[in-house]
Design a binder for this molecule. Structure first.
Ligand SMILES: NC(=O)C1=CN([C@@H]2O[C@H](COP(=O)(O)OP(=O)(O)OC[C@H]3O[C@@H](n4cnc5c(N)ncnc54)[C@H](OP(=O)(O)O)[C@@H]3O)[C@@H](O)[C@H]2O)C=CC1
Ligand SMILES: N[C@@H](CC=O)C(=O)O
Length: 329
């Protein structure tokens, strides 16, 4: 049977989720897109790490091996950091592949050039998973900007920070214990600095700004703070007064036409729309010209919520672009 050949770059929390969903949903994907997707190759950094079995799949630590797969059509990217991820995706697009990524640190910087390259070469880029995990905020904003207009976005964009703040408030758990649990659950990055310093939410906000307003503010001018300076006493005291700390990212075009953005913890009361968002959930409130404020809420991190939107992205790209490389064995 003819199949769409795909590769996964990175086989940690997200990469493994993609592998499971593509296999568990093989028939459904084939029925919807016209051909089954087959994971043909997986790129990792350390071949000696114990991993789940992936029978018949090439597992390699050499990026060149990925392109040796005949008829490779989709590259899922779930590795960490700006490079080599950006270069890998550029090469994948140049090789005629659709690319789907969850890597917001890379995409906040390289997204617009990757999209331009893909447009020029007739392939597609999917990046729903770069912002708010399983919450379909990218598709929503893309659609809204066709006829409506997004005027502002405010949200909780880091699942780990929200999870930690919730555990501190509800269980009087220490920051360190809550972070450890977020790592065990696959929410936090392997190096959680970006989660707790605010940089992860910042990168997501920059991606949203580019999508909603066609530009990002100058990065150095955006005030950015994380939850790493909040103490357990501050969180618990606030709760006793009926207030909650939320890590909030906000972007909008100011009256002077400039993009205004900020990222940091904010103390809010029960009348604030983000007051009730607990645990690993993210919430994105999108202010629009014609439909008021639309708020999407759901899991902002984790294996399956993230992987499922990546597989959806791939299916959408395969539907949009006629199959060019179906491989029959
Ligand atoms: N976890 C989550 O909930 C979410 C994560 N993301 C993003 O998805 C990406 C993956 O996250 P996650 O799965 O949690 O991360 P993990 O740390 O669990 O996995 C990362 C994987 O990438 C591999 N890797 C890292 N660097 C390289 C490299 N240079 N070459 C080849 N392989 C490499 C690692 O290999 P090895 O195993 O050999 O070390 C590992 O398999 C990140 O960009 C993250 O920000 C986005 C949304 C949610
Ligand atoms: N570490 C991130 C994962 C998803 O982007 C988070 O906690 O939000």
């Amino acid at each position: 049977m003819a199949t769409v050949k795909a590769a996964i770059l990175g086989f940690g929390t997200v990469g493994q989720g993609i592998y499971h969903i593509v296999n568990e949903r093989k028939e459904q994907l084939a029925a919807r897109t016209g051909a089954p997707i087959e994971i043909a190759a997986i790129l990792v950094r350390n071949l000696d790490k114990p991993r789940p079995d992936t029978p018949g799949v090439l597992v390699t630590d050499r990026f060149e091996d990925i392109f040796a797969v005949p008829g490779l059509e989709v590259v899922f990217e779930a590795i960490v950091g700006e490079e080599p991820a950006g270069t890998y995706l550029e090469q994948a697009i140049k090789a005629g592949c659709h690319v789907v990524t969850a890597n917001k640190v890379m995409y906040a910087k390289a997204g617009s050039s990757l999209e331009a390259l893909a447009r020029e070469l007739g392939t597609g880029v999917g990046y729903e998973a770069t912002v708010a995990g399983g919450v379909p905020v990218i598709k929503t904003i893309e659609n809204l900007n066709l006829a409506n207009e997004v005027t502002g976005i405010q949200g909780i964009l880091n699942g780990t920070s929200n999870f930690i703040l919730t555990k501190m408030r509800k269980e009087e758990c220490t920051f360190a214990d809550a972070l450890k649990e977020a790592q065990e659950l696959g929410y936090a990055e392997a190096d959680p600095t970006n989660d707790v310093s605010g940089f992860d939410a910042f990168c997501k906000l920059m991606i949203l700004s580019g999508l909603a307003f066609g530009e990002q503010p100058e990065w150095e001018r955006v005030p950015m703070d994380g939850i790493d300076n909040l103490t357990l006493d501050e969180v618990v005291d606030a709760d006793r007064q009926g207030l909650r700390y939320r890590h909030i990212a906000d972007v909008r075009r100011g009256e002077d036409g400039e993009i205004q953005a900020s990222v940091g913890p904010v103390l809010i009361g029960p009348d604030h729309p983000l007051y009730g968002i607990d645990g690993v959930d993210n919430a994105v409130a999108i202010e629009t010209a014609y439909a008021g404020t639309l708020t999407a809420i759901g899991p902002g991190a984790g294996m399956y919520p993230t992987a499922t939107v990546m597989v959806e992205d791939a299916a959408v790209l395969l539907l949009k672009h006629p199959f060019r490389k179906l491989v029959t064995e």
